[in-house]
Design a protein around this ligand. Structure first.
Ligand SMILES: Cc1cc2nc3c(=O)[nH]c(=O)nc-3n(C[C@H](O)[C@H](O)[C@H](O)COP(=O)(O)OP(=O)(O)OC[C@H]3O[C@@H](n4cnc5c(N)ncnc54)[C@H](O)[C@@H]3O)c2cc1C
Length: 426
């Protein structure tokens, strides 16, 4: 690790954003000393486990506005970065380095090898060939600003777990990812930055509700899930698991309502409309029509369209309907009770569980304090941010990596251009 500062760029964090920034910076300014300082013993650890080991690199939505709609935090602010380095550029970036990507029917993009190691190998070999230096087991715990006279060469001193001597740098990129607690952000607060409190996003919901007890594995393709007492709702597929509820609609709701869940200590009530969006009145009316059409048939044998048979049986039991009941003998009270179960089943949520495929942090460095054109701090010259350390998080589907690629690329470019500017005027 160096302790001279001339043209040294320190990148805190060897993740997706840190690597992308280092590579872009070195490409534009080969003479810069670009150092990645990684706290753990291994770089790109999240890339390795991402997308179930396949790495969902980005999403095939090519319009920045459509793409940015998938970020509960950062939607507006990411429009610019996505216009400059969006999914098109990501695909091109990887393909020009020999990594072919494929698009799955739902738009998620993966390497054709179906292995995240392909992405890791590409990032590591590109960085190595450009001369990016990587130090592992090197957590940064403090950034000190050097006095004004030292500018522009040694604006920062970094205190690390690796060396008793501080590392000197003229620019620092913080790409240290998201964290569950606020303590890891303390050294950024010490520089004057506001940290939006970190809370989890993209999680599944635990419930011990008896209606779901034996339904693990049942999937409903089109349901609406709402947090009780709010307008926060999401429509899509719901999957019943052995501990509760998962699937795209639940994960999306967990992202949009991340702060509400946290504020309620993850104990709340949700309401599910298993029909998608039909109203109570419509469902009640349809069930009355079934009385004429299917009079002698047992309810149990003719589920509501789109509602799997096992769930339908459980909802019938919850409505107090005997398995032998036919449409013709269904009482008004039972019919209305069933309609209620179909359009507004309420579930007490007792907690959350991480989604194994992907999870992120909601919260991080306040976006108002960062210039999203360069990713430079508006408070501290020469300090940059990229990736999940920012108060940006997206849905599952490649949106989180795209935010890391976009912001990392722009930060790397800006640091290189700032260096050229310094050389001209210096
Ligand atoms: C299980 C899982 C699967 C995922 N799958 C996908 C997916 O398929 N597609 C997708 O788009 N997103 C996925 N994500 C989200 C995605 O991995 C992150 O959004 C992305 O990795 C963020 O990149 P980053 O570089 O900002 O942070 P990170 O990848 O978290 O990298 C930050 C690095 O900084 C290091 N660090 C932290 N503090 C310090 C410090 N003080 N000093 C030095 N180093 C430090 C960390 O050890 C880490 O290596 C997944 C997340 C998880 C948890």
């Amino acid at each position: 690790m160096p302790n001279s500062a001339s043209s040294t760029i320190a990148i805190i964090g060897g993740g997706a954003a840190g690597y992308f920034a280092a590579i872009r910076c070195k490409e534009l300014s080969p003479d810069l000393d670009v150092h990645i300082l990684e706290r753990s013993h291994k770089v790109l650890a999240k890339v390795a486990i991402s997308g179930g080991g396949r790495c969902n690199v980005t999403h095939d939505l090519r319009q920045p506005r459509a793409f940015s709609a998938f970020y509960p935090r950062g939607r507006r602010e990411l429009l610019g970065p996505l216009s400059r380095f969006g999914p098109d550029q990501t695909v091109e970036w990887f393909e020009s380095r020999g990594v072919e990507l494929k698009t799955e029917p739902d738009g998620r993009m993966f390497p054709t090898t179906d292995s995240s190691q392909t992405i890791i190998d590409c990032l590591e070999s590109t960085a190595r060939s450009l001369g990016v230096q990587v130090t592992t087991s090197c957590g940064v715990h403090e950034i000190l600003r050097s006095d004004e006279n030292a500018r522009p060469t040694a604006r920062f001193q970094l205190l690390t777990a690796h060396d008793t001597r501080p590392m000197l740098a003229h620019a620092v990129l913080v790409a240290m990812g998201g964290h569950a607690r606020s303590a890891p952000y303390d050294f950024l607060s010490a520089l004057g930055h506001t940290i939006q409190p970190p809370v989890p996003s993209l999680f599944t919901l635990r419930t011990r509700d008896r209606r779901l007890a034996d339904l693990s594995g049942v999937a409903v393709p089109d349901a609406t899930v709402r947090v009780d007492g709010t307008k926060l709702l999401q429509r899509g597929a719901v999957l019943i698991t052995h501990w509760g509820l998962s699937g795209p609609a639940v994960l999306q709701l967990s992202a949009w309502a991340a702060r509400e869940f946290h504020a309620r200590d993850n104990r709340t009530t949700i309401e599910i409309n298993w029909t998608g969006r039909e109203s109570f009145e419509h469902v009640d009316e349809e069930l009355q029509h079934q009385r004429i059409r299917l009079g002698r048939r047992r309810l149990i044998n003719d589920p509501w369209p789109g509602v799997p048979k096992r769930l339908w049986s459980a909802l019938n039991v919850a409505a107090g309907i005997h398995p032998e009941t036919t449409y013709g003998t269904l009482s008004r009270a039972s019919r209305q009770s069933l309609a209620q179960q179909l359009v507004a089943s309420r579930f007490d949520i007792s907690g959350t569980a991480p989604n194994k495929e992907e999870f992120v942090t909601c919260g991080g460095v306040n976006l108002k304090e960062v210039d999203l054109r360069t990713m430079e701090s508006r408070l501290v010259d020469g300090l940059y941010f990229a990736g999940e350390v920012l108060d940006i998080d997206g849905m599952t589907g490649g949106f989180n990596f795209q935010a890391a690629w976009s912001t990392g690329y722009l930060a790397g470019e800006a640091m290189a251009l700032a260096d050229r500017g310094t050389q001209k005027t210096g």
